[in-house]
Design a protein. Structure first.
Length: 224
DNA sequence: GTCCAGGGCCTAC
DNA sequence: GTAGGCCATGGA
């Protein structure tokens, strides 16, 4: 199974090259993007981040000081804007209160300890916490998302019903905890998911479909 | 017009 | 503990 996972990584990286995922000019921006992208297409998130920058709201202090309605309006394009505005402010309050608003100080905390703290914040669940840990704090933790489950299960690697924690532990058991590797692998899965593996099947050209000729032979479209 | 998107919370059972 | 409803915009 370890071999199959390595093969999948190889096929995707050969197809796409380096993804340099996650986009963002700073660890704080990455964390904000992680909250804004909850159940939302990335294109809508990009607009919200551009707006935040235009309005000079992309700092923990400014997000808390500005009127709630102003923040909501700035992130409107990302959907669920009332909920997300509240979630952003909860995260900013935590960052300011515990670490003086410094992501680097937050990142200095041990992985499991910090993960627990993030999960205790309202509006931050496992995926958002792990996005922040891996991409904003450079902690070696693999991010599971809808694409990961869809692709891995369609490749016959895991059951679709596998839970978040179980899939994460499964990957941790097969791939050494290396930050850059986890970042790239997740980025490749996101790109593959966007291009080929939405609920509506878009098989032609999928790099995993080509793998039928290789040893791993992923039947990645078996459930279509 | 309809469907869908990289989640997470809350409620009911 | 888990299934289902809800939150909302914008692109295909």
């Amino acid at each position: 199974m370890k071999k199959a996972l390595e093969e999948l990584y190889f096929l995707l990286s050969r197809h796409y090259g380096p993804t340099h995922w996650w986009p963002g000019d700073s660890p704080f921006e990455v964390a904000i993007g992680a909250i804004l992208t909850q159940n939302t297409a990335w294109t809508n998130v990009t607009r919200a981040i551009v707006n935040l920058k235009k309005k000079r709201l992309l700092s923990p202090r400014r997000m808390l000081d500005t009127p709630r309605e102003t923040l909501e309006e700035a992130i409107r394009s990302s959907g669920y804007y009332r909920q997300k505005a509240e979630r952003l402010r909860i995260f900013c309050a935590f960052l300011l209160d515990q670490y003086g608003g410094r992501m680097s100080r937050m990142a200095a905390r041990p992985l499991e300890n910090l993960r627990e703290a993030l999960l205790n914040l309202k509006g931050i669940g496992p995926e958002t916490a792990d996005d922040i840990l891996l991409y904003a704090c450079n902690k070696p933790i693999f991010v599971v998302d809808a694409y990961t489950i869809r692709i891995f299960s369609r490749c016959g690697l895991v059951e679709e019903s596998i839970g978040y924690k179980a899939l994460q532990q499964w990957v941790h058991g097969h791939i050494a905890p290396e930050v850059q590797c986890y970042k790239e692998f997740h980025g490749l899965l996101v790109w593959t998911g966007k291009d080929f593996c939405r609920k509506t099947p878009q098989c032609p050209g999928c790099p995993l479909a080509l793998s039928r000729n290789r040893n791993a032979g992923f039947p990645c479209h078996r459930s279509y």
